[in-house]
Design a protein around this ligand. Structure first.
Ligand code: SF4
Length: 418
């Protein structure tokens, strides 16, 4: 007969707390009781592994050491300091919440769980982490690691509300400080009760674990059943428009509020098609045919999308664009996706831009060099762009496989909806 979850008693909690004191990693944000540092670190950790997050955390705290400095900063700078972490909405919310707190006269995040929930981007997990770790308030933290540990301790799949109830009950009867017990549960999930095969022999809760009792580490490894949705293929064509003004190269950027990814980020204009069906087109892209230099392609994963991206370069004006100079472009593009596009364009047109040439001469030089580059590419990849009806941006490329008229047709059909 299955044992009850009440095996998570004071004795289990004492073992867990002792294990945590002995074995926890030396992480700067775990030593801190500063609610601002705890808040920033927990937000960063939500979608990012500790190893990737640590240098970014240190850089962020160095530039924005407290709530005031974050609230006073320009959003663009905050996004710049978020580089490499992805999911930029977290940085926007962090900045927005810092301003909300400042406007309420706060010098640091409050420690009251309910009050924390009122600020931008702070949900139950983040509120519980701040309130319990910084304030030792009785709120159990339920992150992905803790959910996995609890599912295995209980030897069953449970919905989040049930797991939260078990976590709360364990915390209340533990006799331990919430800051210690919560961090111990998170750390156990991060380094012992890991997603692959858990290291049950090193686990302080081995005697309390129903999954281990039922079938050892092999059996426990199957819990919880992964519910990760498969990533969805998306075909993206990015059109980098470039011009030269007063001797400096400028790039055209577009708003992306309705895009399938990087919402609210500035991006190079692009089209996106999902399973051959049109999904998105930057509003400022022209409908008429334009000569484009194919700079190359790359693969990229972002949120649920598995992107196959082709990059095209156009040396021409683009109405409605935000033009950003070469030396400022990296301050406006924060995502690694746009970084890959830029890198490809720079590589492909390497030598085409000569800062010492006159505007006119440079234009000729650029066109000539890009033409040569294109010819090289054509020879290498037997690149063709046959005359045909359909969307001007549709491109035939044997390296990618198929004529892009599927995009063209769907775009054409849906044009009236845009
Ligand atoms: Fe996880 Fe194994 Fe510990 Fe159970 S005994 S909580 S499965 S590490």
């Amino acid at each position: 007969m299955e044992r009850p979850a009440s095996l998570l008693n004071q004795e289990a909690a004492a073992r867990l707390a002792a294990w945590y004191r002995e074995n926890s990693r030396d992480l700067p944000f775990r030593k801190s009781r500063n609610p601002y540092h705890i808040w920033v670190s927990e937000v960063m950790l939500q979608q990012t592994r500790v190893t990737a997050m640590l240098p970014a955390f240190e850089r962020f705290i160095e530039r924005f050491p407290d709530l005031q400095s974050l609230a006073e900063a320009e959003l663009n700078e905050v996004l710049g300091r978020w580089k490499g972490l992805g999911y930029y909405q977290r940085a926007r919310n962090l900045h927005k919440a810092a301003r909300q707190m400042r406007d309420e006269g706060l010098m640091e995040p409050p420690l009251e769980y309910d009050r924390l929930l009122g600020f931008a981007g702070i949900g139950r997990y983040t509120a519980a982490a701040i309130a319990s770790i910084a304030g030792d308030k009785m709120h159990a933290v339920l992150d992905g690691n803790v959910k996995r540990v609890l599912s295995r301790l209980l030897n069953r799949e449970e919905k989040e509300s049930v797991l939260q109830k078990h976590a709360d009950e364990f915390l209340v009867r533990s006799g331990q400080r919430p800051s210690i017990l919560n961090q111990a549960m998170m750390e156990l999930g991060a380094i012992v009760c890991v997603p692959g095969k858990p290291d049950c022999k090193a686990c302080p809760l081995l005697e309390h674990c129903l999954a281990f009792a039922a079938g050892g580490a092999e059996h426990a490894a199957g819990l919880p059943v992964s519910r990760r949705s498969a990533s969805i293929p998306l075909h993206v064509q990015v059109f980098v428009h470039r011009r030269v003004v007063d001797g400096q190269c400028q790039y055209a950027l577009a708003g992306n509020a309705d895009g399938p990814f990087l919402k609210e980020e500035l991006t190079f204009p692009y089209t996106a098609a999902e399973q051959g069906r049109y999904r998105y087109r930057s509003a400022i892209l022209p409908d008429t045919d334009r000569p484009s230099f194919r700079a190359g392609s790359f693969r990229h994963s972002i949120t649920k999308w598995r992107i196959q991206c082709e990059v095209f370069l156009r040396e021409e004006e683009l109405d409605g664009a935000l033009w950003v100079a070469e030396d400022a472009i990296e301050n406006r593009l924060h995502s690694s996706f746009s970084g890959k596009v830029l890198e490809l364009v720079r590589k492909a047109s390497d030598g085409a831009y000569d800062s010492t040439a006159t505007h006119q001469a440079r234009g000729v030089k650029q066109s000539r060099n890009l033409k040569t580059k294109q010819e090289e590419l054509d020879q290498k990849e037997q690149y063709h762009q046959p005359k045909r009806k359909g969307h001007p941006d549709a491109v035939y490329h044997p390296g990618i496989g198929k004529k892009r008229d599927h995009l063209t047709k769907d775009q054409g059909k849906k044009k009236g909806n845009r």
